[in-house]
Design a protein around this ligand. Structure first.
Ligand code: VGL
Ligand code: ZN
Length: 199
């Protein structure tokens, strides 16, 4: 039988209260995620990891504000405040996160010209992060997701997991959402339709 892994998505300072792209009550997931980390044999973390001047930052596009969109070669891209800049405090994991046990940290969003919500593919839905190969080689077929944000990085990761043939469960109580323009309801529906188990 294929083994399982927990994927902890972007539990970083910038997505917690006080951070640059704070998800409301984002820090509340920390104790819940820690409990999940204890329960799982294999744990993978993702870390949003942008170079300064990243193309997903509104500040990179003169006249644009956060939450507006721009057309990128790979499609429409939502713009964000500068966040999770490589090696800054904002990009570090929340200090309460008990990440010692994690066997892999997947960094994403490090290419200046392309954003990456999913743990599997960048936002062109083509450029792989390498996670599929890693999990397959290790015989891991079943994934459980928790972290931030429900309607962006968690949802796109869970959808891509299904597309790549993994079983996927999202622990909703150990996630918090951004909910931009109804994104939480829309992404919840898309996950359900894709066969993601919402627990
Ligand atoms: C995320 C927006 C931009 C996330 C990352 O972790 O959900 N959202 N970068
Ligand atoms: Zn980001």
């Amino acid at each position: 039988m294929a083994s399982e892994a927990l994927v902890v998505v972007d539990v970083q300072n910038d997505f917690c209260p006080g951070g640059a792209l704070a998800v409301e009550r984002g820090d509340e997931v920390v104790p819940l995620v820690n409990r999940l980390i204890e329960r799982f044999e294999h744990v993978v973390l993702t870390q949003d990891w942008h170079p300064a001047g990243h193309s997903s930052f509104a500040s990179t596009h003169p006249g644009k504000a956060p939450c507006e969109t721009v057309d990128m070669p790979y499609g429409e891209q939502t713009l964000w405040p500068d966040h999770c800049v490589q090696a800054t405090h904002g990009a570090a994991f929340h200090e309460g996160l008990e990440w010692t046990k994690a066997e892999l940290v997947i960094r994403k969003g490090f290419r200046k010209a392309i954003d990456s919500y999913s743990a599997f593919f960048e936002n062109d839905h083509e450029t792989p992060t390498g996670l599929t190969g890693y999990l397959r080689e290790r015989g891991i077929g079943k994934l459980t997701f928790a972290g931030l944000a429900t309607d962006y990085c968690v949802a796109f990761s869970a959808l891509d997991a299904r597309r790549q043939g993994f079983e996927a469960t999202v622990m909703l109580e150990a996630c918090r959402g951004i909910d931009l323009g109804g994104s939480l309801a829309a992404m919840t529906q898309r996950m359900r339709e894709a066969g993601v188990v919402l627990a």
